[in-house]
Structures are given as C-alpha cells and as structure tokens.
Ligand binder design. Structure first.
Ligand SMILES: Cc1cc2nc3c(=O)[nH]c(=O)nc-3n(C[C@H](O)[C@H](O)[C@H](O)COP(=O)(O)OP(=O)(O)OC[C@H]3O[C@@H](n4cnc5c(N)ncnc54)[C@H](O)[C@@H]3O)c2cc1C
Length: 420
C-alpha cells in the first residue's frame, strides 16, 4: 500500500476519471484504496440504465471476488448463470440448442446494470473517491511530461470549468470523447451493427441458462436478470448491415417477439415489455493505443469489437486493475514529475497482451457466426458434442488459465461438485 497521495497545489486532483461505469468506478476505488486522491465525473446521474446483455461472465465474477467487490454485487440479487444455450432459427422455432455449461463449478451472473453500476460507484465513494454526477466532459488535454492533463467540464448549462490532474483516465464508454480528443481513435470499419435491449417479464423457460439465437444478420440474447418474483429477462437484439440498422426501431420489437415465441421450454406467462428499449451501436471502435502522455483509456473507451461473447464488463474490470496497478507502482511522490509519462507507458502494451486471447476468441466466434455455412456446421456439430460446447462457453467466459491464474472457486456461487 502506498502513502497518501494528495494533490499538489497546482492540480485539482491527482487522478481525474471520466465515466462512472464499471471501468471508471473500479479504477477509482482501487486507487482510492491505495491512498490516491481521485475525482470521478459522469454526465449521468446514478442509478442509470445502460444498453447491455447484462451477463457478467465467470471471469468477471472471479475478478470481483478478488477485488473484494462480489458481496455488494450479490446484494443486488443477480440471477446465477450455469451456461448458455446456442441455437439456430428454423421455421418459426428455435432448433434444438447446443447446451454449453461453464466448467469447474464456475458461474456467471445475470445482473441489472442500473443497480450493478450504482453498487460499484457507491463502493468507490466509500473508498474515498470524490464522485460528481451530472457533469459532462466537453474538452480534453492529454497532458505532457511537464504539463498536467486537463478536462473541461460543464454542469447543467453552467460555464466551462477546467480541472487539472496528474493522470487522466478516459473510462467514458463506447463513444468515448476522451479517446477522440487525445487522438487515439481509429476510423470505424464496417460491418455496421446496432442493438436494441428490452427488459421483459415472463414465466416458463429455465432461468439457469442464458440463450443465444444466432440468425443470418441478427443475434437474439435472452438472459435472466434480477426483478420481482424471478420473472424478469434481458432481451437483446443485435443486427448487422446498414439496411437492418436503419430499420431497427421499426422492425426491432416484431423480430424480438417472434424470436421469443420459439424459445425452447416455452412460456407459461406471455413475455411482455416492462422497460426499454435501449439502443446502442455501432460497436467496432478500434484504437491506435490505450495511452497517450498522462492519459489512459480503460474499458470500452480503450477499444471495443462486438458484444456477441459478452466479455465487456470483464475487460473493463481487468483494465481497471491494470490501470490502477500501473499508476500506483509507476508514479512516485505526491507531486507531478516528468518521469510520470514514461512510467505510464507500459499500460497500453500490457492491456493489449492481457486481452489478446479473449479478443482472438471473440473474433473467431464472430467470424464463424457471420458465415451461414460455418454457423450451421458448427452449431449442428456442437449439439451432438456437449463437452465441446461446454468448452467453448467456458472459454468465452474468460476463464482460460492464460488470461487469469486459476484458483478453485469458492463461496455462494460455486458448488463444490464438478460439472459433468
Ligand atoms: C448490446 C450490448 C450488449 C452487451 N452485453 C454484454 C454482456 O452481456 N456482458 C458484458 O460483460 N458486456 C456486455 N456488453 C458490453 C458492456 O456493456 C461494456 O463493455 C461495459 O459497459 C463497459 O464498461 P465501461 O465502464 O467501459 O463503459 P460504460 O458502462 O458505458 O460507462 C461509461 C460511462 O461514461 C459516462 N460518460 C460518457 N461520456 C461522458 C462525458 N462526455 N462526460 C462524462 N461522462 C461521460 C457515461 O454516462 C457512462 O456512465 C454489451 C454491450 C452492448 C452494447
């Protein structure tokens, strides 16, 4: 643990964080626990909703446990996920699915982003982070060896306020303004994708598994999430292609309703929308690097590819831990130093290397799913190879040993018996 790092008089904060989602909140709280003085701003007021499939994979669950954050998340009553069913559409029904189960007793969680994100941000507050909600960042300076990083803030129509910091963290999500302002965004490459997410209620299908319906140019995800009487689900539709994207708000719900009708196991209570839709896209947000001078990008801001494999929150948590470690180990003393910039530089390459396996897997899955022939072939095969489909689901759950040193999971989510 480092000594207390207070702001020197020329700075407004040692570390300024833009964005209070999982990436920003967890970076902030880890630094605050290590004694750093941290200010976090978010344009939203929490709790706020967020377009998301709302599934935390087993890698994310393990990271939360390691960071001592699982308890406040379990207090939001998440659903426990044992794995995913993968299916193809056929004649108005879902074809019999390939069932993949997380191995080794690992579990994922069906969460509600409103309460999940608010719980993490509250932990940041408890750790001592100065949290300012309803504050939008409108301009950014990445800093230099002899110059602080700076952000221009606007709160409810007031004039701009510039805040200077020794380190700036851009954790402002998919459409990161920090990423663009400091020159780290690369041009978006097609295919264009977009999504709509609804919160629905309905009884019937087993809640132990999430479901993915993999169609030509569309994917439907269905996952159990917290809510009264265990009847709430996250239903997300992702479409590919410019025409489908343009038409999404008109055609989205009819397509979703059609897909829901065919869910294996059926409904004893008809699914009905209780909230949403929340839209998002396009998703492909490449970056040239995740670091420039005194600025680090974390979470979606550091580059995003596709929501298909549901790795986003895990990656946000992993990046948060890496950013906090790089700052705490690399920066010495309480005052700004020229050497800070060199000490922050390893963050980018380390982030790329820790996300490499997951990214490769995500691209491979996306490549297979986007081609009709391979999609049919692979899912057809996986239906008859339950072990193989479980391995696939397990790997996309970010538990391969190369990503995170494994240890036997324990606690309320992890029964001791091995999965078959
Ligand atoms: C359709 C869809 C489905 C997904 N499904 C899953 C899933 O099932 N599992 C999974 O793990 N991941 C999933 N993801 C990805 C996941 O949602 C993201 O990876 C995750 O939210 C990243 O967290 P973050 O903290 O980087 O960004 P965010 O959670 O987006 O937080 C960014 C914050 O920055 C704030 N902000 C933005 N701009 C400014 C500004 N100018 N000034 C101040 N504040 C600002 C925003 O208000 C927001 O609170 C999905 C994504 C999509 C789009």
């Amino acid at each position: 643990m480092s000594g207390l790092r207070r702001t020197d008089t020329a700075l407004d904060a040692q570390v300024m964080i833009v964005g209070g989602g999982p990436a920003g909140a967890v970076t902030a709280l880890l630094l605050a626990r290590l004694g750093w003085e941290v200010e976090l701003v978010d344009r939203a007021r929490f709790p706020r909703s967020k377009a998301c499939g709302e599934c935390l994979n087993p890698g994310g669950v393990e990271l939360l446990a390691e960071l001592d954050l699982l308890e406040p998340v379990l207090a939001t009553s998440p659903a426990v996920l044992e794995g995913w069913d993968l299916a193809l559409p056929g004649n108005g029904r879902w074809q019999p699915p390939a069932r993949g189960r997380f191995r080794g007793g690992h579990r994922g969680l069906g969460i509600c982003r409103r309460t999940f994100d608010a719980a993490l941000l509250q932990q940041a507050r408890v750790a001592g982070v100065r949290v300012r909600e309803g504050v939008r960042v409108v301009d950014v300076r990445p800093g230099a060896p002899d110059r602080a990083a700076a952000v221009a803030l606007v709160q409810s129509g007031e004039t701009r306020e510039w805040r200077r910091a020794r380190v700036l963290i851009g954790a402002d999500g998919l459409n990161s303004r920090v990423r663009t302002a400091v020159g780290l965004a690369r041009p978006v490459v097609p295919p264009p994708k977009a999504s709509l997410t609804w919160r629905i209620r309905g009884r019937g299908p087993t809640r132990a598994q999430g479901r993915l319906l993999l169609g030509p140019h569309f994917t439907v995800g269905l996952a159990p999430v917290p809510g009264p009487d265990q009847v709430h689900w996250n239903a997300t539709l992702v479409v590919t292609g410019e025409a489908d994207r343009q038409d999404l708000h008109r055609s989205g719900w009819p397509r979703m309703a059609d897909a829901l009708q065919g869910v294996p196991g059926g409904w004893t209570e008809e699914p009905a929308v209780v909230a949403g839709p929340w839209g998002s896209g396009s998703f492909h947000r490449p970056v040239s690097a995740a670091h420039r001078h005194r600025t680090l990008l974390v979470g979606d801001a550091a580059g995003y590819f596709d929501p298909l494999t549901g790795q986003g929150i895990y990656r946000a948590l992993l990046g948060a831990r890496l950013a906090a470690m790089t700052i705490d180990r690399g920066l010495t003393g309480g005052a700004m130093r020229r050497a800070d910039v060199a000490a922050l530089a390893p963050y980018g390459p380390r982030l790329v290397s820790s996300l490499r396996t997951g990214r490769w897997l995500q691209k491979t899955v996306e490549g297979v799913v986007s081609r009709s022939f391979f999609r049919q072939l692979c899912l057809g095969g996986l239906r008859y190879l339950p072990r193989a489909s479980s391995w696939l689901i397990h790997l996309t759950g970010d538990r391969p040993p190369s990503l995170l040193p494994g240890h036997a999971p324990s606690g309320p989510l992890h029964p001791s018996q091995e999965d078959s």
